[in-house]
Design a protein around this ligand. Structure first.
Ligand SMILES: Nc1ncnc2c1ncn2[C@@H]1O[C@H](COP(=O)(O)OP(=O)(O)O)[C@@H](O)[C@H]1O
Ligand SMILES: [Mg+2]
Length: 327
């Protein structure tokens, strides 16, 4: 069996994109450990003409499967959807999520709407594209503001939590220039955060939780720095802890697999929740989350008894037989 590991290659990548190349190397070593031959195929901007793929099919000659670590570029996250569509059109099996799930989850507004329509709890909120349109929203403070079409906490800094209209306007003015595709403004949920990892469409691997009450001098949410800036205090201080509370796990498994069904998620994915007044709300669905050896997803798998090689092999197996949401 031969697997082509595909990853973005950029001249000046952002820290989260740079991590994808490190991940490709780890995945290659894990596959090698299981006797699966692989090669890393970097895709750079020349593989796309705007949003049209101009990918040479011969790059994938002989590949039984693509290990898809391609998450688009720092300046164009949407390329990940285009690439998955290209793989589907060319009938090349690939790991992780189908283009449909990638597309909807990249658009936090569409994702929230689909979940809410299907009765899955998400924080009350809306998308806005201008400072002026804030007037038409009925908001109860505090609110949280985040880019509508990014992930990895891109665009989330200590200013994301706004306690009043004045700070929201100031933040919106600053952020909408950087993220013109829109900002989500939603109810801030102050309770514990849960990150739940799934493989396949419904198998809950593990849940970790972050209790921000333990870090009173840090922002009570995950900023970009807390995920990617190794020099920052929040990066080293905030450590998610595996949650062994069976009743929480069961509630998360139920809501998470319902959400996955609505969005067409499969392969492997992580869902983030926050709690308020004892209720759990889905704040984010991440198809193809970071699976670096030191990433949350891999720690979750380890806590459930899977070695890194087990996890990578399982993800490859999931990509065959329509298990990842494809027909
Ligand atoms: N409505 C909310 N209430 C409280 N915290 C939130 C809310 N939305 C997001 N966050 C915080 O911001 C972080 C990043 O937001 P998230 O929606 O998960 O986007 P991303 O795709 O960037 O991970 C979350 O891990 C959480 O700490
Ligand atoms: Mg998240």
């Amino acid at each position: 069996m031969y697997t082509a590991i595909v990853v973005a290659s950029e001249v000046n990548p952002r820290a989260d994109n740079e991590d994808a190349m490190r991940c490709a190397q780890s995945v290659g070593r894990a596959l090698d450990g299981r006797g699966i031959e692989s090669a890393i195929i970097p895709l750079n901007e020349s593989a796309f003409d705007g949003n049209d793929p101009v990918i040479d099919r011969r790059l994938f000659a002989g590949a039984d499967c693509v290990f898809n670590l391609f998450e688009g570029f720092s300046y164009n996250s949407y390329a990940e959807v285009v690439f998955a569509e290209w793989l589907e059109k060319n009938s090349i099996p690939f790991t992780g999520n189908a283009s449909r799930a990638l597309r909807i989850c990249l658009d936090k507004s569409a994702c929230k709407k689909a979940l809410a329509l299907n009765g899955i709890p998400t924080p009350h909120g809306a998308m806005t594209c201008s400072v002026e349109s804030l007037d038409s929203l009925s908001l109860r403070y505090p609110v949280f503001i985040k880019p509508a079409s990014e992930d990895a906490s891109v665009g989330i800094d200590s200013g994301a939590l706004c306690w009043n209209e004045e700070s929201l306007r100031r933040e919106m003015e600053k952020k909408i220039r950087l993220y013109p595709e829109g900002m989500i403004i939603e109810e801030f949920l102050p309770g514990v955060e849960y990150n739940a990892s799934f493989i396949g469409s419904a198998q809950l691997i593990a849940v970790a939780h972050i209790d921000y009450a333990q870090y009173p001098d840090l922002p009570p949410f995950l900023t970009y720095d807390s995920k990617w800036n190794r020099e920052s205090r929040e990066y080293s201080a905030i450590q998610p802890v595996i949650c062994n509370d069976n009743s929480i796990r069961e509630r998360i498994r139920r809501i998470g697999s319902d959400a996955a069904q609505v969005l067409g998620c499969g392969g492997y994915f992580r869902i983030d929740f926050r709690e308020k007044n004892g209720n759990l709300y889905v704040i984010d669905v991440n198809p193809n989350p970071d699976i670096n050896e030191d990433a949350g997803f891999s720690n979750h798998a380890r806590s459930a008894g899977y070695t890194y090689q087990d996890m990578i092999e399982l993800i490859v197996k999931e990509s065959f037989g329509g298990k990842n949401g494809r027909a």
